[in-house]
Design a protein around this ligand. Sequence first.
Ligand code: SF4
Length: 222
Amino acid sequence: MKNISSQHEAARKERFGYTCHACSRCCRHKHIQTNPYEIARLASFVGQSSSQFRTQSTLDGEGTALLQTPDGDCVFLGPDGCTVHPARPLVCRLYPLGRHRMGDGSERWHRLEPHPQSLGEYSESGTIGDYFEDQDAQGFIDAADAYVEWVHAATEIMNDIAQDGETAAFDAGILDMDEVVTSWCAARNEAPPSDVEARRSLHLKLLYEELDHLKGGRDEQD
Ligand code: SF4
C-alpha cells in the first residue's frame, strides 16, 4: 500500500497545466461514462430522481454513459457551455487528462489528444495533482475506484458461478444508488441520508451485502 501511495504521489507531481477557453469541442462526439455516484450527483443537480435521470439522460437508460443529441453533442451542452458544470462527471473534470486505475490500485495518467480545432492550451504551469484539485475531482475519483472494485468483485463471483455451469444475474436497478438506498431505508422506516457521500457509502455496503448473499447461497449448496 505504501508503494502505491508513493506511486500516486510521484505521478501527481508530474508537471501539467491546461487552460480551457470554453470552445466546448471536448463535449461533442465523446462517450461520457458515468457511475452510480455521478448519476446521483447529476440527478440531484437537475432536480430529478436518479431513476428519472437514467431514463431521460443516459444512453439506453442504463446509467453508464450520458446521452448525446443527434448531432453528437452531450445532452447537457448548452449555448454557453456545460449546463451541469458543478455536477459534471469525473471524465469531464479530468479532461484533457485520462486516468487508468491498474489492478494493483496504482494509477496512470495520460494526456488525451485534443480536437484539432480545440482552443484549450496545454502548459506545465502546475502539476497533475494541482489540476485535479482545481477540478474538485478527488471525491469523484474515490467513488469511481470504489465502484470499480465492486464490479471486479462481482465479476469474479459471476465467473466462478459460470465455471460451475450455473447462471446468476443482478437486477439492473441494483446500480441505481438513490433507488437502492431509498428502498432500503423505507423498509426500515428511516429517512435516506441527505448527504450524497453517505448515500454512496450505504449503497456500496448494500452492494457488497448482495455479493455476500450470492456467495452464501453458493456455500450452502456446496
Ligand atoms: S457533462 Fe458538461 S462538461 Fe461533460 S461532456 Fe457534457 S456538457 Fe461537456
